[in-house]
Design a protein around this ligand. Structure first.
Ligand code: OGA
Ligand code: MN
Length: 281
């Protein structure tokens, strides 16, 4: 009789409406054995935390590849892991654009097919009480709206652009800077994403500039009112980082943001991504 038993997938909920911790070992995760369970749990829970799993860069890339199509940071480029830091000494351009990551957002609202998921691992945490990453479940936030509001919001389309997020961190930009951001482009997206699965999620965040057909004030009330609703206590989880933690989020059903930290404190995160599998619709 063989004593070999199959390792079980081990996970526990963090909050009722968002987040689970996955407790399997590094080796089990790298084997790819639980890829289907991880993908299913990710969609159900929005955010998965792998506490102190301490992957090397190579292991993070390998783990990412077990879960879907690896999305390189630069298409065809050499770079595989992106370094996420606000420290301009590391990468001045990236640090500029990452200022927007301090506000609630969805990654890739410029693309028809946004990335499916991001995996962020902590190399150097910021001092305690700073630099958490916050997550909000935009499926749950939509589901809990009253029916008349759901029906109203499903009608709306919203123009998104990185230029809109510029005003969150720079109140009076030069025209040249605004033109630079404008060149990155704009994209009209539904306010409510009707997924192939039949589930629906809100598409909001700091890239949302204007609700089509509404005045600036009406737009702001809709966009900011929904942001306030979706980032309320019950839909959100704030992750306090330990070295070696890996956190993965469903970019199609959550918003996220970095909570404020000193850009020169040394905080360093390494990110990999999974290619999107469905357009905003
Ligand atoms: C990102 C991001 C948040 C953080 O990598 O897309 O928004 O906490 N990161 O660094
Ligand atoms: Mn982001």
């Amino acid at each position: 009789m063989s004593l070999a038993t199959k390792t079980e997938f081990k996970a526990e909920a963090i909050k009722p409406k968002i987040g689970s911790r996955v407790l399997n070992t590094r080796e089990d995760l790298l084997s790819g054995e639980f890829a289907a369970e991880i993908r299913e749990l990710l969609e159900a829970r929005g955010v998965l935390v792998f506490p102190q799993v301490s992957f090397t860069d190579e292991e993070q890339v390998a783990f990412t590849k077990t879960l879907g199509t690896f999305a390189p940071e630069r298409k065809g480029g050499e770079e595989v892991i992106s370094k996420i830091t606000l420290d301009a000494r590391e990468n001045p351009m990236a640090a500029e654009y990452l200022k927007g990551s301090l506000y609630w957002h969805i990654d890739g609202t410029r693309n028809d097919v946004p990335i499916l998921a991001s995996l962020l691992s902590c190399r150097v945490p910021s001092p305690r009480g700073t630099g958490n990453t916050g997550f909000a479940n935009t499926y749950a936030a939509f589901d809990d709206l009253p029916d008349d509001k759901k029906a109203e919001y499903e009608q709306y389309r919203v123009v998104h652009g990185p230029w809109a997020s510029l005003f969150y961190y720079e109140a009076e930009p030069s025209l040249a800077k605004l033109q630079g951001y404008a060149q990155i482009g704009e994209q009209e997206l539904p306010l409510v994403w009707k997924h192939k699965s039949g589930r629906k999620s809100l598409v909001i965040g700091c890239t949302a500039a204007q609700v089509v057909g509404k005045s600036a004030l009406e737009s702001a009330m809709i966009i900011h009112g929904l942001r306030e609703w979706a980032t309320g206590e019950e839909f959100t989880y704030s992750h306090e980082w330990e070295v070696g933690d890996l956190v993965m989020w469903d970019n199609t059903g959550t918003m996220h943001r970095a909570e404020a930290y000193d850009p020169t404190c040394g905080r360093m995160m390494h990110r990999t991504k999974l290619e999107g599998e469905e357009p905003f619709e």
